[in-house]
Design a protein around this ligand. Structure first.
Ligand SMILES: Cc1cc2nc3c(=O)[nH]c(=O)nc-3n(C[C@H](O)[C@H](O)[C@H](O)COP(=O)(O)OP(=O)(O)OC[C@H]3O[C@@H](n4cnc5c(N)ncnc54)[C@H](O)[C@@H]3O)c2cc1C
Length: 393
């Protein structure tokens, strides 16, 4: 990596570090210059009591499996096990643990090659720039992550109404949670998971306590029947069941939702307390313009983060994943406008129109991030036209 960055410097080329996206570059790793594929930089270097030192190209699936062998895990389990550690930290990938930050929040130290080809070990305040650093500060070669005890989780899902689910604070009541919300009808599939007591004597679930697929479908269709009759797109409701009732397993085996990532997904991070009003506003705005969200909005919570450019920086956050179609660009933009009004910040994963002006207002640590960028990459080795549009020159 050092040689690659130095040679790029000699040639005056720019560099974009990439992990799992190496073969299908996402927006932040699209360049006509040098794409530095870090995915071969694999391997766990050391596992200690509550830390793991891992090379940045390691896939999350491999990392989880290695940690499990030592009875450890990560507090955050993202959906895609194929992501690399460097890409997940570089973008601040979140999971569904309401009391935890993203994967970048689990980083306690990092090693990176800066824009002049110098290796830096980062563990002080500048680590907050490196978390969710978007590949703009250097090439991560290894990171040290906090680990947690590996526990088996039991997963559940149940149909309900948004108002009731929010009133009962279901999203915060469990170790892992997510909602699929039909907007604007307010129907919800709530999913949650909690650690299984290892000393528990297993008992068969009483009838009715475990939600069956049929029950979910009956409840949801019962409430939506008049709408469904006139509106075939909601044939996708309820969303397919994720698990058979009573499923339990290791977090990384049962929690990820292995759906392909749709490039037309609009994903926003809003203050957690604004969730109910933002969803209602989104439904009202879409209805008023005759638009229709044809797939449920996926909602998860995450804790406030210190990463300077992490969308959950400084506030407990609700993540809203709005899956639109390519033909629904106006709806994607409308959703963006509504969620921006709710103090939302766009996820780095999804398309957005934000640039330095918006970022400087939305992120209190913007100036500090730019200071670290100037120090780590004074020649702007790690940029490309797209990143320049977002972060500025
Ligand atoms: C199927 C699927 C499911 C997903 N589920 C989730 C989810 O549950 N939660 C969520 O938050 N996101 C999710 N995402 C989006 C995810 O955040 C990004 O796709 C992910 O960060 C990309 O990881 P990657 O290894 O492909 O990195 P890349 O796409 O290659 O890179 C991501 C960013 O990190 C930088 N980077 C990569 N490697 C390095 C390195 N070694 N050093 C420095 N910078 C580096 C890149 O320059 C870029 O800015 C999902 C994506 C997919 C495809």
């Amino acid at each position: 990596m050092v040689t690659a960055v130095r040679r790029a410097g000699e040639r005056g080329a720019t560099v974009r570090p990439t992990g799992a996206s190496a073969r299908v570059p996402g927006a932040l790793v699209r360049t006509s210059d040098l794409l530095l594929d870090c995915s071969a930089l694999t391997g766990v270097v050391a596992v200690s009591a509550d830390r793991v030192l891992v090379r940045a190209g390691e896939r999350l699936a491999a990392l989880f499996a290695e940690l499990a062998a030592s009875g450890r895990s990560l507090a955050v389990v993202p959906d895609a096990p194929g992501l690399t550690v460097g890409g997940a930290v570089g973008m601040g990938v979140y999971g569904g643990a309401p009391g935890e930050g993203s994967l970048s929040a689990q980083v306690v130290a990092a090693r990176l090659v800066d824009g002049r080809g110098v290796v830096r070990r980062v563990s002080g305040p500048e680590l907050d720039a490196v978390r969710c650093g978007l590949g703009a500060l250097g090439v991560l070669t290894a990171v040290e992550l906090r680990t947690v005890e590996l526990e088996r989780m039991q997963v559940h899902e149940q149909a309900g109404r948004l108002d009731a689910v929010l009133a009962e604070d279901v999203l915060r009541a469990h170790g892992w949670t997510e909602l699929d919300v039909a907007v604007p009808s307010g129907q919800v599939i709530a999913r949650w998971a909690d650690p299984v007591d290892p000393d528990r004597v297993p008992v068969p679930a009483a009838p009715g306590t475990v939600t069956t697929r049929a029950a979910v479908r009956a409840e949801a269709w019962g409430r939506a029947v008049s709408r469904l009759a006139s509106n075939p797109p909601w044939a996708s409701w309820p969303p397919p069941a994720r698990w058979t009732p009573g499923t339990e397993g290791r977090p990384y085996e049962v929690l990820p939702d292995p759906q392909p990532w749709d490039p037309d997904t609009a994903e926003w991070a809003i203050p957690a307390e604004a969730l109910g009003s933002a969803l209602r506003e989104l439904g009202a705005a879409a209805t008023a313009r005759g638009m229709e969200l044809q797939r449920p909005v996926r909602v998860r919570l995450g804790a406030a983060e210190t990463g300077l450019l992490h969308p959950a920086q400084g506030r407990d956050t609700a993540w809203l994943r709005i899956r639109t179609r390519a033909s629904q660009e106006p709806l994607r933009r409308l959703a963006g406008a509504v969620l921006e009004d709710a103090s939302g910040r766009p996820s780095w994963t999804s398309r957005h129109e934000w640039g330095p002006d918006e970022l400087a207002v939305a992120y209190p640590g913007w100036a500090e991030f730019q200071r670290v960028r100037d120090e780590y990459d004074p020649d702007r080795r790690f940029t490309d036209p797209n990143l320049e549009r977002i972060l500025g020159p």
